[in-house]
Design a protein around this ligand. Sequence first.
Ligand code: HEM
Length: 405
Amino acid sequence: MPQVYGHMVHVTGPTSILGADGEEWKKLRKRFNAGFAPQHLITFLPHILEKSFAFLNNLDYFATTGRPFSLVKLTGTLTFDIITSVTMDVDFGAQKMDQPNEFTSTYHRLLETYASEQVDLPWFFTPYKEWKRRQLAKRVKETLTSIVQDAYTNRKHQGTKSRSVLSLSLEDNSDAITRGFIDEAYDQLSTFLFAGHDTTSILLSWMFYELSRTPHAMQAVRDELDNLLGPAAAIKETLRLWPPAGTARLTKPGAGIKVQTSTGEYDLEGVGVYNCAIMIQRDPEVYGDTANDFVPERWLQNETMTGAKQIPSSAWRPFERGPRNCIGQELANLEARLVVALVAPRYDFVKIGLGEVAVDGAGQPISDEKGHYKVASEMYPTRKVTPKPVDGMMMRVSLRYRATN
Ligand code: HEM
């Protein structure tokens, strides 16, 4: 839907796979599918592991100093390091807290220009922000373009080929390198950079938050680590409650698209359709009276669990469905499983600020009847007023044990 996609053009570029349509999209999707085949994804494991250990080092620092920190910032640099390493074979060292990397901070400052309710206003309402966004986008483009150019040279002179997004973007080139060709490769690279790290970092933050206030679920994750079932259910449930991405489509006039709902049939000819995953995935008709609760057990194929069999697949769509679904979903799952397997046994997280757990006079958490800790203030107020901004998942973390090696 151009009205939505247009806003993101400074992050994704005009020829991005996200905005492409028809034959152009098919060509791009086919090309990049090769980089996300299961047997190829497994080759990313050493990269993901290496970056996850750097993440553990950072958590250790906060555990030993007791300092509060923004979890979403920390997971953001982790997933940034992973995505740059697997899509362009470059290590920006984004997680080095004592030596902030310039490209990483420029990129995150660019993303922050979108984190405001004013984002939907035309540019002339927020001229300074628009100017700043363009400046930051220009600097990001300079760095990524030089990476594209270097990769092109290596490919041409040394025959270096891989199935990274960058390498796949350079396929189809004629002998002469043109500005347009480099720009297109840059658009795809920067799209994967954005789509492949922001989402996964949000997933990880919400998951550790929900686990921190649902002790039985955290215990199940720790118990189930051997077969990775526990993390899989926790990941799925986090994505149900807190889908980090979404989709909007413009229906073609004459395509005959109609939708049947409990209140009648609606004609969706030539309109913008926004699949609001956060509402669909909290539908009480499907998820019952625990629709708003974090209940990973619902996804375990256990006959005794209520609801497990009745959830229609279309009621869970964080990666969307059909041919335009998320190309990186298996990578996101792989990352999340690995990170939770390393982090869950080693640390306890405690939320501070918005969403922190309510305690009794003795300082003990107060549980509700469903086994969740009650929160003192909701992360997202449900009142019909402008919600407060989220606080970046401010946390404290403590070590459950010290690794000897
Ligand atoms: C928790 C993590 C993730 C979530 C929730 C997520 C969600 C989504 C959703 C909902 C779409 C469909 C958008 C639309 O229809 O307009 C999408 C598309 C896409 N995602 Fe993801 N994503 C995640 C991780 C990733 C990763 C790790 C990558 C890359 C490595 C990635 C790359 C893409 C790309 C390139 C598209 C466009 C696909 C196309 O149009 O053919 N995503 N994602």
